[in-house]
Design a protein. Structure first.
Ligand SMILES: [Zn+2]
Length: 365
């Protein structure tokens, strides 16, 4: 806190999966493990519990709803919902709204932006993306890399209405040039991919991460592991595939069948990727058709897919923060943390009920 008051958290501070300490102090908005000298007892608020670094939603959209960009009041509500469920760091996986104003708000989560989605013409949800052709892909990627916070988001596959099924959106040479352009700007690239088809070209082009990744196969998984290409499965979103398939059945039966197959093997896919050592992170895909604040549900889904509770927690906390280049609970870090009543490593369902959320040293929510 920045008003002279000191927060003292006693219990079990999960600095890392194996690094557990007994207490932590928040002084001037920062984490310290040294008891502050001269803090009068009256100025110290003591809280007990299990402490995690602020949770990470690595696939979230602030400023977006099912129809496209939303106004600032709606964006604020989305960010507050995320915050109050303990999500204090968001990797925004594409937004049509300019949410840069959120960076000036001490009470709202930190956002790492991927700019606006880049999709092939008429090959994505209406009003979301820059819809372009391959000749200008690298140019758009450069522009979004400069607008964002170190990430660029491509739509790698989508339904091809002529084919009546999912199909890759970009030729291999355009992807190579585009990903090289992003890397030249110091940005990483991720892509929305449901099917397997788009993955080999994206891998060959040097992609850094794949969203959803339901199309991962036995042949592709070792290549992802070897290259360290991360996946953000968004299983709470994949759960909507059967309903999407029902809706598209009459017009696109092959697409519907494909979506059902991807859905049926979703846990096996994520489990096999995890077994092979593919980095996996928690993302909810909130903001399109899904509600904000589902981070606890997604962690539980990853456990269902075969991650240990500690690995699933790491995918939303220690591991995710390291992957995004942000501090956890190290000495001097901004005090972005969540306190729970019991050990989340024993049962991840406790994430649904945070006792206290602290952002930039201030209790919020
Ligand atoms: Zn998304």
């Amino acid at each position: 806190m920045n008003d002279g008051a000191v927060l003292h958290i006693k219990g079990r501070v999960l600095v890392g999966p194996e690094d557990v300490r007994d207490e932590l102090w928040v002084v001037d908005g920062r984490v310290t493990y040294d008891r502050p000298a001269g803090a009068a007892a009256a100025d110290v608020r003591t809280v007990s519990g299990w402490v995690l670094p602020g949770l990470v939603d690595a696939h979230c959209h602030v400023g977006l709803d099912a129809h496209g960009a939303v106004d600032e009041a709606t964006s604020e509500k989305q960010a507050l919902t995320d915050r109050d469920t303990g999500t204090l760091l968001i990797r925004d996986a594409g937004s049509a709204a300019d949410t840069r104003w959120i960076d000036d708000r001490e009470d709202l989560p930190r956002i790492i932006r991927a700019g606006r989605h880049i999709a092939r013409t008429r090959r994505y949800i209406r009003n979301y993306a820059h819809e372009i052709e391959p000749e200008v892909l690298a140019e758009y990627v450069t522009a979004e890399a400069r607008r964002g916070d170190g990430w660029v988001k491509l739509v790698g596959d989508w339904i091809d209405r002529d084919r009546g099924d999912l199909a890759a959106c970009w030729p291999a040479d355009a992807l190579r040039a585009a990903i090289a352009a992003a890397h030249a700007e110091g940005a990483r690239v991720t892509a929305h991919c449901f099917a397997a088809e788009s993955l080999p070209d994206l891998l060959a082009a040097g992609i850094d991460c794949v969203e959803h990744a339901t199309g991962l196969t036995e042949e592709l998984i070792p290549q992802f592991a070897e290259r360290g290409v991360a996946i953000v499965p968004t299983l709470v979103n994949i759960a909507t595939f059967p309903a999407l398939a029902d809706g598209g059945e009459a017009k696109f039966p092959a697409w519907s069948a494909h979506m059902r197959r991807l859905h049926e093997r979703r846990y096996d896919t994520v489990g096999a990727a995890n077994d092979a050592g593919v980095p996996i992170f928690v993302g909810t895909d909130a903001g399109g058709s899904l509600a904000h604040g589902l981070v606890a549900d997604e962690v539980a889904e990853l456990v269902k897919a075969g991650l240990t509770p500690t690995a699933a927690l790491s995918a939303a906390s220690w591991g995710a923060r390291a992957w995004l280049g942000r501090d956890g609970l190290s000495e001097g870090a901004s005090a972005d943390l969540v306190v729970y009543a019991s050990d989340p490593r024993a049962d991840v369902r406790v994430l649904a009920d945070p006792q206290l959320v602290v952002l930039r040293g201030r209790p919020v929510g």
